[in-house]
Ligand binder design. Structure first.
Ligand code: NAD
Length: 485
């Protein structure tokens, strides 16, 4: 049997986060004969993955984890998405651990799914990626991995990172060989399981060596258990690394494009929603990512465009850097316009007023608060010294919100986090919807007016990115907070 025919039997995923956890679970689901272990240096996170309260909320994730982790024993139902899986015969093949020597030492293939945040924050400027978590994981691999283990970059990394990994490994184990692949993750939070089960494409980048190509085939064989062959794309390793940054940059660019048009609309009487429809029905353009709003937040878009700008700057391509920097600038401009609008509609002062903010997660269907635009909105509003900023989010954990706003001047005295939307909005002078949770939508009940004190003055005004009108809504039944929230 040639080495590329040797199937992978033992996979280690380093990083039990939003990418590592769901990726490992779906990989385990479709490769029941493969042992998949998720390794993290945070014992609390690992304990949480081993419990019934997963550390992250993703629709469908709990079912896949229960089935793959606990086997048939604890399964009552399997998501329709997982049809074709023989749940009854299932043995657990998904494990969680903090034991680096064992997990790394036993692995045939290791995914690096650690965080790669922005190194320093420069809004609108290019920022390098902080690769310290990745470097530390690679140093563990250099210590414990067996010769020939395939190393896969799953984290989003700057173009050229495979060389960096290779140099670290070579410096510690000069006589041995570790093929390095790039296999960036394109899942979106809130639909991670759906995206992993039915990806548009899986990208595998390898070096043009024989070892590189063989390693790519071994990785592709794991995906082939559920993904059609024509969706598995093979490229060189640098194209693969850069493709991920470009994909996020282009998605963010569409958001900035339509947001820039929304500013034009407000001055001309045009309606940005009508424009988005008119433009988006053109097949060449398409309708997705054309919704004007507050802008993009989250741990990926800003970080990845900053990284792209940084790469262009460091390669002395100032016009390319300026082009992508504009996407960040419009995002910042849109958020500032939004808060200016709130202040101007309240007679240019927030003094003595309560402002209610519905939603804190950076997008709907996730409890992720990292780099949420809500933080920027709160920072701007605090400068106007309102009496209170009330926050309600149906899913974000209170400590997650507190952590994100702890550094803001005045947050301790003026920001209050509510678990009841009625209390949060009661008596507020303005109500801003920051996250597009379904039950905040204008055609669904908004949890405000019925419970507002009848003579609450001044009346709440709805200010949403999409300018959703308030109506006399029936109070909604709020969804139970899902696992992990
Ligand atoms: P995360 O912060 O949720 O998880 C990273 C985990 O890695 C943490 O639990 C951390 O404790 C662990 N870790 C860090 N260094 C470690 C080490 N040396 N050894 C063991 N564990 C270590 O991050 P995430 O959101 O899952 O993102 C991971 C990567 O995937 C990033 O590069 C990100 O840009 C990329 N990505 C994220 C998304 C997303 O939607 N979150 C989507 C696509 C790609």
């Amino acid at each position: 049997m040639e080495s590329h025919d040797i199937p992978v039997r033992n996979v280690c995923v380093i990083g039990a986060g939003y990418v590592g956890g769901p990726t490992a679970a779906v990989l385990a689901l479709h490769n029941p004969m493969v042992k998949v272990t998720v390794l993290d240096r945070d014992p609390k996170r690992i304990a949480s993955w081993e419990s019934n309260h997963l550390p992250i909320h993703e629709p469908g994730l709990a079912e896949v984890v229960r089935l793959t982790r606990d086997g048939a024993n604890s399964v009552t139902s399997v998501e329709p998405e997982s049809d074709g899986i023989d749940a009854a015969a299932r043995q657990g093949n998904l494990f969680f651990s903090v034991d680096s020597p064992t997990c790394i030492g036993h692995a045939d293939l290791i995914f690096l799914a650690v965080n790669t945040p922005t190194k320093y924050s420069g809004r609108g400027a290019g920022s390098a990626s902080d690769l310290s978590a990745l470097e530390s994981a690679v140093r563990d691999i250099a210590k414990f991995a067996k010769n020939g283990t395939v190393i896969v970059e799953k984290s989003t990394v700057p173009c050229g990172t495979a060389r960096l990994i290779s140099n670290i490994l070579l410096s510690v184990r000069p006589e041995e060989s570790f093929p390095i692949l790039s296999n960036p993750e394109f899942l979106a939070e809130g639909s991670a399981i759906k995206n992993l089960l039915h990806p548009d494409r899986v990208l595998i980048g390898s070096t043009p060596s024989v070892a590189g190509r063989l390693a790519a085939r071994r990785l592709a064989a794991l995906y082939a258990s559920w993904i059609p062959g024509d969706r598995i794309l093979h490229t060189n390793v640098w194209s693969s690394e850069l493709s991920k940054l470009v994909a996020n940059a282009m998605l963010a660019q569409r958001i900035s494009s339509i947001n820039s048009i929304s500013a034009l609309c407000e001055r001309t009487g045009a309606d940005v929603r009508e424009i988005a429809k008119a433009v988006g029905t053109d097949d060449r353009i398409g309708a997705k990512f054309l919704k004007a709003g507050l802008g993009f937040g989250g741990s990926c878009f800003r970080k990845d465009i900053s990284s792209l700008v940084y790469i262009a700057e460091s390669l002395n391509l100032p016009d390319v850097a300026a082009y992508w920097r504009a996407v960040l600038n419009i995002n910042e401009y849109q958020r500032q316009r939004f808060t200016d609008m709130i202040v101007s509609r309240l007679s240019n002062t927030l003094n003595g007023k309560k402002i209610a903010l519905l939603g804190f997660a950076y997008k709907k269907d996730t409890g992720d608060t990292r780099e949420s635009l809500a933080v920027d909105v709160i920072a701007s509003l605090l400068e106007e010294r309102p009496t209170e900023i009330a926050i309600f989010d149906p899913c974000c954990p209170k400590d997650g919100i507190e952590r994100e706003i702890a550094h803001l001047d005045g947050a301790k005295d003026r920001v209050k986090i509510y678990s009841d939307p009625y209390l949060a909005t009661s008596g507020s002078s303005a109500l801003a919807i920051l996250t597009e949770w379904d039950f905040f939508k204008a055609d669904r009940p908004l949890p405000v007016l019925r419970k507002m004190p009848p003579k609450a003055e001044p009346q709440a005004q709805a200010t949403t990115a999409a300018e959703a009108p308030l109506r006399d809504f029936t109070p909604p039944v709020l969804p139970a907070c899902p696992d992990g929230c």
